[in-house]
Design a protein. Structure first.
Length: 320
């Protein structure tokens, strides 16, 4: 049984039509194929640059703020960092930076309610009880200065990226083995978020999407993508969630990572139900039973299991 880490605000709201679903057939491809949809968040007061700059100060309520700074910066007083972070957002049109604010649904109840409204819409469209079944989900906002790219990568979650301000180009590739190799995915699941290796033949492959205010694009889990911002400041909102079967699939890849390090050739997820079940059980037994964060839920087991391989690497490279 995979533990669940749901925001307590989730499950309170009914669908409100923030997400529109003109294309019913597209939504039937959820988690398999990308598709575009219309949404009502362009010009939303919670997503103005001024409001997001104010929200950024709430990141400092938890230790989690440290992820936004380099080690050298963390020696500065917290108030200096708080002011600097806020300024980075306020001056996004001039400073050439890219700023992400993660877990905003947990930082402020107004954003928690927005997250719940979006999930309620997805439930109504898909007729699936996402909120009662998901193991975790969250809301992030991305602010980008003109012309900045986001490098090729892939994510674990069922993701919806919605454009609020500015325009950008997104290229999405077929999920999992449609684009990636088993070692790339296994490396990702031992906790390397940039495990995807870009190849020249991907330049014009996949599907191209133009994100403009009021348009969103669904990213299936493990579908690699890259982004190029346009001539203006871009503000995008992403909401994402994970269903138990994706956590389990991640655990199979984690065991496969270690098996491959031992010189074995593991079976890919889905090849053998019995082998998958054993791997999931094994990884759950190694994992923290009461995780506080999604990282702990998904990665605590593989961190323990992969530690000897890291030591071996250190020894080989003469660092230990
Ligand atoms: Fe992404």
């Amino acid at each position: 049984m995979i533990p669940r880490l749901r925001n307590p605000r989730v499950g309170r709201h009914a669908a409100s039509g923030l997400i529109q679903h003109d294309d019913v057939q597209a939504w039937e491809q959820l988690n398999e194929q990308p598709f575009a949809f219309r949404h009502g968040l362009a010009g939303h007061p919670l997503l103005s640059i001024e409001r997001l700059a104010r929200l950024s100060e709430r990141a400092f309520d938890r230790d989690h703020y440290k992820r936004y700074f380099k080690a050298a910066e963390l020696k500065l007083p917290r108030d200096t960092l708080k002011a600097r972070f806020r300024e980075n957002i306020e001056q996004i049109g001039e400073n050439g930076k890219w700023v992400a604010l993660h877990y905003i649904d947990e930082m402020d109840p107004e954003y928690g309610d927005l997250f719940d409204l979006l999930l309620a819409d997805v439930e109504e469209i898909t007729r699936r009880p996402v909120r009662s079944q998901m193991t975790w989900g969250s809301l992030s906002v991305f602010l980008s200065a003109p012309w900045l790219p986001v490098a090729y990568h892939f994510d674990h979650e069922t993701n919806f990226l919605m454009q609020v301000q500015g325009e950008k180009d997104l290229r999405l590739y077929p999920r999992e083995f449609g684009t990636l190799t088993p070692p790339e995915i296994e490396d990702f699941y031992r906790h390397n978020p940039v495990a995807g290796i870009y190849r020249d033949d991907l330049a014009d492959a996949g599907s191209a999407w133009r994100l403009v205010p009021g348009i969103g694009v669904h990213h299936p889990p493990l579908a690699p993508h890259r982004i190029q911002n346009g001539k203006d400041v871009s503000v995008s909102l992403a909401f994402y969630y994970v269903m138990p079967e994706m956590e389990e699939r991640g655990h199979v890849y984690q065991v496969n990572y270690c098996m491959r390090k031992l010189g074995l050739r593991p079976r890919a997820p889905g090849e053998s139900a019995l082998s998958d079940r054993m791997k999931i059980k094994f990884m759950r037994a190694l994992s923290t039973s009461n995780p506080r964060t999604h990282d702990e839920l998904l990665y605590s087991g593989v961190s323990r299991l992969a530690a000897p391989f890291r030591w071996a690497k250190h020894l080989r490279e003469g660092r230990a």
